[in-house]
Design a binder for this molecule. Structure first.
Ligand SMILES: [Zn+2]
Length: 100
């Protein structure tokens, strides 16, 4: 469980909308999704035989929530795998309960 909440618009802001658009094809390939404190991590099956491991760390800044990604793919960060992980996290994230 995590207290980090973000939305689709923030993903496009942290990465960029083109990366997010390309990540759509990889959302289904995200596995082992898990939260540990303010870090979201998982594996994304890309074109390589072995899945890439992705971590996204969340920070509170003066400008709001910020996310810093790290991926084992050749790009290394802010890649479509990180975007796919963020989208998967968003889709599988439990919604805040009314009254809490
Ligand atoms: Zn990557």
């Amino acid at each position: 469980m995590s207290s980090v909440f973000y939305d689709q618009a923030q993903i496009a802001h942290w990465l960029d909308s083109r990366t997010v658009a390309r990540a759509r094809d990889y959302v289904h390939a995200v596995s082992k999704l898990r939260w540990q404190d303010n870090v979201l991590s998982g594996e994304v099956q890309g074109t390589a035989r072995r899945p890439y491991t992705v971590d996204v760390q969340f920070y509170d800044t003066a400008d709001g929530l910020w996310a810093e990604s790290e991926c084992s793919c050749p790009v290394g960060y802010d890649c479509k795998h990180a975007a796919a992980l963020l989208i998967a996290g968003l889709e599988r994230m439990p919604k805040p309960q009314p009254g809490l």
